[in-house]
Design a protein around this ligand. Structure first.
Ligand code: COA
Length: 261
Protein backbone atom coordinates (compact mmCIF):
# COMPACT_ATOMS: atom_id res chain seq x y z
CA UNK A 1 0.00 0.00 0.00
CA UNK A 2 1.14 3.53 -0.72
CA UNK A 3 3.32 5.22 1.86
CA UNK A 4 2.05 8.45 3.27
CA UNK A 5 2.78 10.72 0.35
CA UNK A 6 -0.71 12.20 0.61
CA UNK A 7 -2.70 13.38 3.64
CA UNK A 8 -4.66 10.52 5.28
CA UNK A 9 -8.03 12.13 4.68
CA UNK A 10 -7.94 13.13 1.00
CA UNK A 11 -10.74 10.68 0.19
CA UNK A 12 -12.69 11.07 3.44
CA UNK A 13 -16.42 10.74 2.78
CA UNK A 14 -15.92 9.32 -0.72
CA UNK A 15 -17.25 5.97 -1.96
CA UNK A 16 -15.21 4.01 -4.49
CA UNK A 17 -16.44 1.12 -6.67
CA UNK A 18 -13.44 -0.87 -7.89
CA UNK A 19 -13.59 -3.78 -10.35
CA UNK A 20 -10.67 -6.16 -10.08
CA UNK A 21 -10.34 -4.61 -6.62
CA UNK A 22 -9.45 -7.86 -4.86
CA UNK A 23 -5.98 -8.50 -6.20
CA UNK A 24 -3.06 -7.13 -8.22
CA UNK A 25 -2.62 -3.49 -9.19
CA UNK A 26 -6.25 -2.54 -8.66
CA UNK A 27 -6.25 -4.42 -5.36
CA UNK A 28 -3.48 -2.03 -4.26
CA UNK A 29 -5.47 0.94 -5.51
CA UNK A 30 -8.49 -0.22 -3.48
CA UNK A 31 -6.39 -0.56 -0.30
CA UNK A 32 -4.79 2.85 -0.88
CA UNK A 33 -8.21 4.47 -1.35
CA UNK A 34 -9.42 2.87 1.91
CA UNK A 35 -6.29 4.05 3.74
CA UNK A 36 -7.07 7.60 2.60
CA UNK A 37 -10.63 7.60 3.88
CA UNK A 38 -12.81 6.09 1.11
CA UNK A 39 -15.47 3.45 1.63
CA UNK A 40 -15.01 0.60 -0.80
CA UNK A 41 -17.13 -1.67 -2.96
CA UNK A 42 -14.90 -4.25 -4.63
CA UNK A 43 -15.96 -6.47 -7.50
CA UNK A 44 -14.42 -9.61 -8.96
CA UNK A 45 -15.63 -12.73 -10.72
CA UNK A 46 -14.23 -14.88 -7.93
CA UNK A 47 -15.37 -14.48 -4.37
CA UNK A 48 -12.12 -16.01 -3.08
CA UNK A 49 -10.26 -13.00 -4.55
CA UNK A 50 -12.48 -10.62 -2.58
CA UNK A 51 -12.67 -12.09 0.91
CA UNK A 52 -9.03 -11.53 2.03
CA UNK A 53 -9.15 -7.97 0.68
CA UNK A 54 -12.41 -7.20 2.50
CA UNK A 55 -10.91 -8.60 5.71
CA UNK A 56 -7.73 -6.54 5.26
CA UNK A 57 -9.64 -3.29 4.69
CA UNK A 58 -11.97 -3.90 7.64
CA UNK A 59 -9.14 -4.90 9.98
CA UNK A 60 -7.51 -1.59 9.13
CA UNK A 61 -10.59 0.39 10.08
CA UNK A 62 -12.21 0.73 6.66
CA UNK A 63 -15.57 -0.27 5.24
CA UNK A 64 -15.76 -2.74 2.38
CA UNK A 65 -18.58 -4.36 0.44
CA UNK A 66 -17.48 -7.38 -1.63
CA UNK A 67 -19.59 -8.27 -4.68
CA UNK A 68 -18.96 -11.24 -6.97
CA UNK A 69 -19.87 -10.21 -10.52
CA UNK A 70 -18.50 -10.53 -14.05
CA UNK A 71 -17.99 -7.21 -15.86
CA UNK A 72 -18.90 -8.92 -19.15
CA UNK A 73 -22.55 -9.18 -18.10
CA UNK A 74 -24.46 -5.92 -17.79
CA UNK A 75 -27.28 -7.08 -15.52
CA UNK A 76 -24.93 -8.34 -12.82
CA UNK A 77 -22.92 -5.12 -12.97
CA UNK A 78 -26.03 -2.96 -12.82
CA UNK A 79 -27.04 -4.92 -9.73
CA UNK A 80 -23.58 -4.49 -8.18
CA UNK A 81 -23.70 -0.72 -8.71
CA UNK A 82 -27.15 -0.65 -7.12
CA UNK A 83 -25.97 -2.68 -4.11
CA UNK A 84 -23.03 -0.32 -3.53
CA UNK A 85 -25.12 2.84 -3.97
CA UNK A 86 -27.84 1.46 -1.66
CA UNK A 87 -25.32 0.54 1.06
CA UNK A 88 -23.24 3.72 0.99
CA UNK A 89 -25.81 6.21 -0.35
CA UNK A 90 -23.77 7.14 -3.43
CA UNK A 91 -20.72 6.34 -5.55
CA UNK A 92 -18.06 8.99 -6.15
CA UNK A 93 -15.29 7.05 -7.86
CA UNK A 94 -15.41 4.12 -10.28
CA UNK A 95 -12.19 2.26 -11.06
CA UNK A 96 -12.21 -0.17 -13.97
CA UNK A 97 -9.43 -2.62 -13.19
CA UNK A 98 -10.90 -5.99 -14.12
CA UNK A 99 -8.83 -7.44 -16.96
CA UNK A 100 -7.87 -10.65 -18.69
CA UNK A 101 -4.47 -11.50 -20.09
CA UNK A 102 -2.32 -14.28 -21.47
CA UNK A 103 0.49 -14.49 -24.00
CA UNK A 104 -0.50 -15.82 -27.40
CA UNK A 105 0.76 -15.30 -30.95
CA UNK A 106 -1.85 -13.85 -33.29
CA UNK A 107 -1.71 -16.86 -35.61
CA UNK A 108 -2.47 -19.19 -32.68
CA UNK A 109 -5.19 -17.10 -31.04
CA UNK A 110 -8.81 -18.19 -31.54
CA UNK A 111 -11.58 -15.73 -32.29
CA UNK A 112 -13.05 -16.55 -28.91
CA UNK A 113 -9.71 -15.93 -27.17
CA UNK A 114 -9.49 -12.47 -28.78
CA UNK A 115 -13.13 -11.74 -28.03
CA UNK A 116 -12.90 -12.88 -24.42
CA UNK A 117 -10.22 -10.32 -23.57
CA UNK A 118 -12.01 -7.54 -25.47
CA UNK A 119 -15.22 -8.48 -23.63
CA UNK A 120 -13.57 -8.27 -20.21
CA UNK A 121 -11.39 -5.19 -20.73
CA UNK A 122 -13.30 -3.04 -23.21
CA UNK A 123 -16.94 -4.07 -23.02
CA UNK A 124 -16.54 -4.60 -19.26
CA UNK A 125 -15.25 -1.05 -18.85
CA UNK A 126 -18.16 0.32 -20.87
CA UNK A 127 -20.67 -1.79 -18.92
CA UNK A 128 -19.47 -0.49 -15.56
CA UNK A 129 -19.30 3.14 -16.72
CA UNK A 130 -22.76 2.94 -18.27
CA UNK A 131 -24.31 1.29 -15.22
CA UNK A 132 -22.73 3.92 -12.93
CA UNK A 133 -23.68 6.95 -15.01
CA UNK A 134 -26.76 8.09 -13.10
CA UNK A 135 -25.18 7.77 -9.67
CA UNK A 136 -21.94 9.46 -10.86
CA UNK A 137 -23.98 12.28 -12.37
CA UNK A 138 -25.57 12.86 -8.99
CA UNK A 139 -22.29 12.81 -7.07
CA UNK A 140 -20.34 14.64 -9.81
CA UNK A 141 -18.02 11.74 -9.52
CA UNK A 142 -15.33 10.30 -11.65
CA UNK A 143 -14.00 7.28 -13.49
CA UNK A 144 -10.48 5.88 -13.58
CA UNK A 145 -9.75 3.27 -16.26
CA UNK A 146 -6.71 1.03 -15.88
CA UNK A 147 -5.12 0.67 -19.30
CA UNK A 148 -1.65 -0.32 -20.59
CA UNK A 149 1.05 0.95 -22.95
CA UNK A 150 1.09 -2.21 -25.11
CA UNK A 151 -0.64 -0.56 -28.05
CA UNK A 152 1.48 2.60 -28.21
CA UNK A 153 3.97 0.71 -30.39
CA UNK A 154 3.27 -2.99 -31.04
CA UNK A 155 3.66 -5.82 -28.55
CA UNK A 156 3.97 -9.31 -30.00
CA UNK A 157 1.85 -12.03 -28.34
CA UNK A 158 -0.50 -9.33 -27.07
CA UNK A 159 -2.72 -8.45 -30.02
CA UNK A 160 -5.87 -9.14 -28.02
CA UNK A 161 -4.89 -7.03 -25.00
CA UNK A 162 -3.45 -4.26 -27.18
CA UNK A 163 -6.72 -3.99 -29.10
CA UNK A 164 -8.73 -4.17 -25.88
CA UNK A 165 -6.72 -1.44 -24.12
CA UNK A 166 -6.79 0.81 -27.20
CA UNK A 167 -10.55 0.55 -26.85
CA UNK A 168 -10.35 1.41 -23.16
CA UNK A 169 -8.37 4.57 -24.01
CA UNK A 170 -11.01 5.52 -26.56
CA UNK A 171 -13.69 5.09 -23.88
CA UNK A 172 -11.70 7.33 -21.53
CA UNK A 173 -11.44 10.11 -24.07
CA UNK A 174 -14.99 9.81 -25.34
CA UNK A 175 -16.67 9.76 -21.93
CA UNK A 176 -14.48 12.61 -20.66
CA UNK A 177 -16.05 14.74 -23.39
CA UNK A 178 -19.63 13.47 -23.18
CA UNK A 179 -19.84 13.15 -19.39
CA UNK A 180 -17.57 16.10 -18.57
CA UNK A 181 -20.69 18.13 -19.30
CA UNK A 182 -22.32 16.41 -16.31
CA UNK A 183 -19.40 17.15 -13.99
CA UNK A 184 -17.93 13.64 -14.27
CA UNK A 185 -14.17 13.44 -14.82
CA UNK A 186 -12.87 10.42 -16.73
CA UNK A 187 -9.18 9.56 -16.71
CA UNK A 188 -6.95 6.53 -17.06
CA UNK A 189 -3.65 5.11 -15.89
CA UNK A 190 -1.36 3.09 -18.15
CA UNK A 191 1.01 1.11 -15.94
CA UNK A 192 4.23 -0.18 -17.45
CA UNK A 193 6.25 -3.11 -16.13
CA UNK A 194 5.06 -3.44 -12.54
CA UNK A 195 7.10 -5.99 -10.62
CA UNK A 196 4.85 -7.53 -8.01
CA UNK A 197 1.82 -8.46 -10.14
CA UNK A 198 0.11 -11.54 -11.51
CA UNK A 199 0.45 -10.04 -14.99
CA UNK A 200 4.22 -9.77 -14.68
CA UNK A 201 4.48 -13.31 -13.36
CA UNK A 202 2.49 -14.53 -16.34
CA UNK A 203 4.24 -12.44 -18.96
CA UNK A 204 7.88 -12.16 -17.97
CA UNK A 205 10.09 -15.21 -17.93
CA UNK A 206 12.65 -14.95 -15.06
CA UNK A 207 15.61 -15.16 -17.47
CA UNK A 208 14.32 -12.04 -19.27
CA UNK A 209 14.01 -9.93 -16.14
CA UNK A 210 17.56 -8.49 -16.08
CA UNK A 211 17.46 -7.74 -19.80
CA UNK A 212 14.08 -6.04 -19.49
CA UNK A 213 15.23 -3.92 -16.56
CA UNK A 214 18.13 -2.53 -18.57
CA UNK A 215 15.52 -1.13 -20.97
CA UNK A 216 13.62 0.80 -18.29
CA UNK A 217 14.82 4.43 -18.28
CA UNK A 218 13.96 4.83 -14.57
CA UNK A 219 16.36 1.94 -13.83
CA UNK A 220 13.88 -0.23 -11.95
CA UNK A 221 10.62 -2.08 -12.33
CA UNK A 222 7.52 -0.26 -11.17
CA UNK A 223 5.80 -1.12 -7.92
CA UNK A 224 2.10 -1.35 -7.23
CA UNK A 225 2.45 1.69 -4.97
CA UNK A 226 3.62 3.75 -7.96
CA UNK A 227 0.20 3.13 -9.51
CA UNK A 228 -1.57 3.68 -6.17
CA UNK A 229 0.01 7.13 -5.87
CA UNK A 230 -0.93 8.07 -9.43
CA UNK A 231 -4.51 6.90 -8.76
CA UNK A 232 -4.74 8.85 -5.48
CA UNK A 233 -3.59 11.98 -7.28
CA UNK A 234 -5.96 11.58 -10.23
CA UNK A 235 -9.06 11.00 -8.08
CA UNK A 236 -8.16 13.73 -5.59
CA UNK A 237 -9.22 17.37 -5.76
CA UNK A 238 -5.64 18.21 -6.77
CA UNK A 239 -6.55 16.85 -10.23
CA UNK A 240 -9.93 18.58 -10.50
CA UNK A 241 -9.06 20.11 -13.90
CA UNK A 242 -7.60 16.91 -15.34
CA UNK A 243 -10.07 15.15 -17.64
CA UNK A 244 -9.64 12.75 -20.55
CA UNK A 245 -6.03 11.91 -19.75
CA UNK A 246 -4.39 8.49 -19.53
CA UNK A 247 -1.39 8.96 -17.27
CA UNK A 248 1.52 6.67 -18.13
CA UNK A 249 3.21 5.20 -15.04
CA UNK A 250 6.10 3.27 -16.54
CA UNK A 251 9.39 4.99 -15.74
CA UNK A 252 9.59 5.97 -19.43
CA UNK A 253 9.62 2.35 -20.60
CA UNK A 254 7.35 2.46 -23.62
CA UNK A 255 9.57 5.06 -25.26
CA UNK A 256 12.21 2.33 -25.47
CA UNK A 257 9.71 -0.34 -26.47
CA UNK A 258 9.38 -2.01 -23.06
CA UNK A 259 5.64 -2.25 -22.63
CA UNK A 260 5.12 -5.29 -20.44
CA UNK A 261 2.35 -4.93 -17.92
N1 COA B 1 -3.64 -18.96 -24.84
C1 COA B 1 -4.49 -18.96 -25.89
N2 COA B 1 -5.83 -18.89 -25.78
C2 COA B 1 -6.32 -18.81 -24.52
C3 COA B 1 -5.49 -18.81 -23.37
C4 COA B 1 -4.09 -18.89 -23.57
N3 COA B 1 -3.23 -18.89 -22.55
N4 COA B 1 -6.29 -18.72 -22.28
C5 COA B 1 -7.55 -18.68 -22.72
N5 COA B 1 -7.58 -18.73 -24.08
C6 COA B 1 -8.75 -18.77 -24.94
C7 COA B 1 -9.47 -20.08 -24.74
O1 COA B 1 -8.85 -21.11 -25.49
C8 COA B 1 -10.87 -19.76 -25.19
O2 COA B 1 -10.99 -19.77 -26.60
P1 COA B 1 -11.58 -21.07 -27.38
O3 COA B 1 -12.98 -21.25 -26.87
O4 COA B 1 -11.52 -20.69 -28.83
O5 COA B 1 -10.68 -22.21 -27.03
C9 COA B 1 -11.03 -18.31 -24.78
O6 COA B 1 -9.70 -17.77 -24.58
C10 COA B 1 -11.79 -18.17 -23.49
O7 COA B 1 -11.10 -18.91 -22.50
P2 COA B 1 -11.80 -19.34 -21.13
O8 COA B 1 -10.78 -19.99 -20.29
O9 COA B 1 -13.06 -20.07 -21.45
O10 COA B 1 -12.24 -17.91 -20.59
P3 COA B 1 -12.47 -17.45 -19.15
O11 COA B 1 -13.51 -16.42 -19.22
O12 COA B 1 -12.64 -18.56 -18.18
O13 COA B 1 -11.03 -16.81 -18.78
C11 COA B 1 -9.21 -15.39 -19.43
C12 COA B 1 -10.65 -15.51 -19.06
C13 COA B 1 -9.10 -15.91 -20.83
C14 COA B 1 -8.80 -13.94 -19.42
C15 COA B 1 -8.26 -16.19 -18.51
O14 COA B 1 -6.96 -16.03 -18.99
C16 COA B 1 -8.29 -15.74 -17.06
O15 COA B 1 -9.25 -15.98 -16.35
N6 COA B 1 -7.22 -15.12 -16.55
C17 COA B 1 -7.12 -14.75 -15.15
C18 COA B 1 -7.26 -13.32 -14.91
C19 COA B 1 -6.24 -12.47 -15.61
O16 COA B 1 -5.81 -12.76 -16.70
N7 COA B 1 -5.89 -11.37 -15.01
C20 COA B 1 -5.11 -10.38 -15.69
C21 COA B 1 -3.76 -10.19 -15.11
S1 COA B 1 -2.99 -8.89 -16.05
Amino acid sequence: MAGKVFADDILQGKVAFVTGGGTGITGGVARAFAAHGAKLAIVSRKEENLIPQKQYIEENGGECLAIAADVRFYDGIENAIKQAADKFGKIDIVVNGAAGNFLCAADQLSANGFGTVVDIDTKGTFNVCRAAFETLKESKGQILNISATLHYLATPMQIHVSAAKAGVDAITRNLSVEWGLHGIRVNGIAPGPIEDTEGMKRLLMPELKEKTMRKIPAGRFGRIEDVENAALFLVSDAASYINGVTLVVDGGSWLLGTSLT
